[in-house]
Write a protein that binds this ligand. Structure first.
Ligand code: ZN
Length: 395
């Protein structure tokens, strides 16, 4: 990964590691080993930031013992980071988790590393370690010995196949999963869903089944033609069931259509958020800089913030909090300002609710939107009840 380039003013925390006494016994002649050298390396760590690691090297003092030519280092060094890495395991796992479990982008990971750990690295470095992370996960997932081991207690297999298109116009990724252990077995990109190509994927699945050595009880898919014929050919006599999810989605189509229509209606009804925000922000402009500093910059609230995945109406307490602050606020300007902040918070919440499109037939987004908007309305009414006048006027 090239030579690390550290900024000249980087402050390193020094960490000295040497083999523990029980790691100091020569494995060949059981002599106590000598420290004869040390190795320097510099790396980022999650807990201590940039670290200058001094690792003491030991070897057997007996000249004609094979242990003399061997280098022994503290086990703690590998526990911190593998050789030549520029980040420690903790940062490595954090990056991989944010990327794959939370779907963060590289720039997002990069800024969060800076904000949370004060670590500034290049996007290239992050990409490089994310690739290593993928390689490690893939190696672990497809390790045949591990697989056989995990299936030792499983009586039979339930397999599914599904075609996913990560991006429109791209090739489709065919994913074969096993449901007893909830494992993704493998994924293959195919340019077409022609029967011949699908058959290859299924033959690959058959090879995995053979390796695991357990009978297939059931195949589940959306039953597209190529799956039906392919499974019948490669897995003769094995039951092939309709995927409940796909089935439900198809059955629920009319419901989702009505739900989508309701969503449009609600969006049409709840309008003018921008105008309300714009009015507040323009009224706010003439305030003196001292007061400006007292609260978060208005730009942040006005910007079209990414909607939270599951929008939540502010709890009555949260919404009331800025109002409770009033006790300590004396000037009428700051009181108006606190009111305005409440309105802006509501506007942001409502926008999040209106933009939320997640959910399938069992959790229709329109239904959820209606519930969330109801909650907001209830919360607003509680606010207005507590303080007649100001807030009602603003909304
Ligand atoms: Zn020795």
């Amino acid at each position: 990964m090239g030579c690390p380039r550290w900024k000249p003013d980087t402050q390193f925390k020094k960490l000295v590691l040497e083999p523990e006494p029980d790691e100091r016994i020569c494995s060949h002649c059981e002599h106590f080993t000598y420290i004869y050298e040390h190795r320097d390396r510099r790396l980022y760590t999650m807990d201590d930031g940039p670290v200058h690691l001094v690792s003491k090297l030991a070897h057997c003092p007996v000249k004609d013992c094979p242990g003399h030519a061997e280098v022994s280092v503290a086990v703690a060094e590998m526990n911190l980071a593998p050789p030549r890495w520029m980040i420690d395991w903790k940062l490595f796992l954090w990056m991989g988790h944010r990327r794959f479990a939370r779907s963060w982008s590289v720039p997002q990971i990069r800024s969060e590393m800076k904000d949370s750990f004060g670590i500034v690295v290049s996007p290239d470095l992050i990409e490089d370690y994310i690739r290593r992370y993928q390689t490690m996960v893939a190696a672990r997932e497809s390790d045949p010995r591990r697989m056989v081991d995990e299936y030792r207690k499983v009586k039979s297999l339930i397999l599914t196949i599904d075609g996913l298109q990560p991006e429109k116009g791209h090739e489709t990724l065919y994913v074969v999963r096993e449901l007893r252990t909830q494992r993704i077995w493998f994924a293959t990109p195919l340019l077409s869903s022609a029967e011949e190509e699908i058959k290859h994927v299924l033959e690959q699945a058959a090879a995995w089944v053979k390796r695991v050595g357990k009978p297939v009880k059931l195949w589940i898919s959306d039953k597209q033609q190529a799956f039906v014929t392919g499974i019948a050919k490669v897995f003769p006599g094995i039951a092939h069931r309709y995927c409940a999810n796909h089935f439900l989605r198809d059955v629920a189509k009319p419901v989702l259509e009505i739900d989508g229509h309701a969503k449009v209606q609600m969006r049409r009804k709840v309008r003018g958020l921008r105008d309300v925000e714009r009015r507040i922000l323009s009224e706010r402009a003439p305030l003196t800089p001292a007061v400006q500093d007292a609260s978060p910059p208005p730009v942040e609230l006005a910007a079209p913030v990414a909607p939270p995945r599951i929008p939540k109406a502010p709890s009555p307490n949260a919404a009331a909090a800025p109002m409770a602050m009033e006790a300590g606020i004396s000037s009428p300007e700051s009181r108006d300002r606190a009111d305005a902040d409440v309105v802006l918070a509501y506007a942001a919440t409502i926008r999040g609710i209106l933009n939320d499109d997640q959910g399938g037939p069992l959790d229709p987004p329109g239904l959820r939107m209606a519930g969330a908007l109801q909650e907001v309305r209830g919360s607003m009414q509680r606010c207005v009840k507590r303080k007649k006048g100001g807030l009602a006027k603003a909304i």
